[in-house]
Design a protein around this ligand. Structure first.
Ligand SMILES: [Zn+2]
Length: 105
């Protein structure tokens, strides 16, 4: 499933807020504007990938979003959803990533 970039940004913000708390809206908006310039056919994928990379690289959360099955590795985005690549299992659609126990929400 391919998402519209604006819709993907909304859902991504929901996931970030649920897991890391509020205050990342501007960051996501900035990434959205940067990604909108790209000549790629799946901009939603590029947005999620860039945001995830940023959270990892800035040490905001190096396993974001943490896999609820293993918690030691991040989930990966594919086809509008978050996946545990270790088990090859689809965990949740974008916008509905489960909050880790004890996290912000
Ligand atoms: Zn996993």
């Amino acid at each position: 499933m391919r998402l519209d970039l604006t819709r993907a940004a909304e859902l991504l913000e929901r996931d970030v807020e649920r897991t890391l708390g509020p205050g990342y809206g501007e960051l996501i908006e900035g990434e959205m504007l940067a990604v909108a310039e790209l000549a790629r056919d799946d901009l939603a994928y590029a947005l999620v990938e860039n945001m995830q990379q940023l959270l990892h690289d800035e040490f905001i959360d190096t396993t974001w979003p943490a896999c609820p099955r293993h918690s030691r590795h991040p989930l990966w985005y594919e086809d509008g959803a978050w996946w545990c690549t270790q088990d090859g299992v689809r965990i949740a659609p974008l916008g509905e990533v489960p909050a880790a126990p004890g996290s912000a929400a």
